[in-house]
Design a binder for this molecule. Structure first.
Ligand code: ZN
Length: 245
């Protein structure tokens, strides 16, 4: 059984009538509903919960974390963001959706600015599968057509991905690395661009298939372990001679 936690800042759906009409129970709830199946169990967590719903116990019990966020990246305390980063380093898989490219965990894991070019003009997008043999692309045709999406364009300020599975092209002419994979220590990371909140993109069957494939790809296939070496001990502040101001 793969244990998934879907995390959402859950703000647009409470403040915008347009977004609420598309996702009345929140983006996280819709994602949880389409993921749940015989081999995937799902819980959700949101920004307004204590510790953002991401206690150590929750993360220890999560194989794959999914992250949707847009306007409140700075409301996630660093302590929580580093906790997520450390869980990924020890083997938890993570999937960042759409505007989560500027979330703290994504930036802390990748180490770059992670910014991009964007415009909201409702262009259509064609998402080309450029790694048809990759586990995340299984069951898909040569491309996925998204009738309307926010446009994201290069340059995308990420390190060179370990694999680029999808490249998006837009009716306005932009191109974007829309589905990219990274590994950090024991953990797998997938960033997937579609999913602007004012379009019903997560209802699209092929998009759901990609996210489900990504969950199975990112799930750890060995027990989680931190990479701290038992033979190395960090000196205490006292031993280092630090004096608290
Ligand atoms: Zn957006």
């Amino acid at each position: 059984m793969i244990k998934v936690t879907v995390w959402n800042e859950f703000i647009h759906e409470t403040k915008s009538e347009k977004v609420k009409a598309i996702y009345p129970n929140g983006i996280h709830k819709l994602i949880a509903d389409f993921l749940a199946c015989d081999d995937i169990s799902v819980r959700t967590a949101t920004l307004n919960m204590p510790e953002c719903g991401l206690t150590k116990e929750v993360l220890d019990d999560t194989d794959v974390l999914i992250w949707w966020a847009h306007v409140a990246h700075d409301k996630v305390p660093d302590e929580i963001a580093f906790r997520v980063r450390d869980a990924v380093n020890s083997g938890m898989g993570i999937i960042f959706l759409h505007s989560a490219h500027l979330s703290k965990p994504f930036r802390y894991l990748l180490g770059t600015a992670c910014n991009l070019c964007w415009r909201e003009s409702g262009d259509s997008e064609r998402l080309w599968v450029i790694e048809p043999g990759h586990p995340i692309a299984q069951g898909l045709d040569r491309f996925i057509e998204i009738p309307a999406d926010e446009t994201y364009g290069e340059p995308f300020g990420i390190p060179n991905p370990d694999k680029t599975v999808f490249i998006g092209t837009y009716s306005g002419g932009e191109v974007f690395r829309s589905g990219v994979c990274f590994e950090r220590l024991n953990g797998k990371i997938f960033y997937f661009q579609p999913g602007h909140e004012t379009f019903p993109i997560y209802y699209q069957a092929e998009i759901q298939k990609v996210i489900k494939n990504a969950v199975r790809w990112a799930a750890p296939n060995a027990p989680r372990r931190s990479l701290s070496c038992p033979n190395v001990r960090f000196p205490s502040d006292k031993e280092k001679g630090y004096v608290k101001q």
